[in-house]
Design a protein. Structure first.
Length: 69
């Protein structure tokens, strides 16, 4: 099965990483070779402080994100 091609502006679901204890959703702002810059839009309230520390953006591996509708 081929993985959906990611593009800037896509809504993505991402696996937890770093100090984020829960999976989160966001918008892909920039693509790199194997990762992307994601603006975090939906997250668990327990991760509120970590999201704030990250300034609502993270760089995450493409293998840890999935395009959603």
């Amino acid at each position: 099965m081929a993985k959906a091609k990611l593009a800037v502006g896509d809504k993505v679901a991402c696996k937890k990483m770093g100090s984020l204890k829960h999976d989160f959703e966001g918008t892909l702002e920039k693509l790199y070779d194997n990762s992307g810059l994601v603006s975090i839009t939906k997250y668990d309230d327990e991760d509120r402080i970590a999201v704030s520390d990250y300034h609502e953006r993270v760089i995450i591996a493409q293998k840890n994100m999935k395009k959603i509708s």
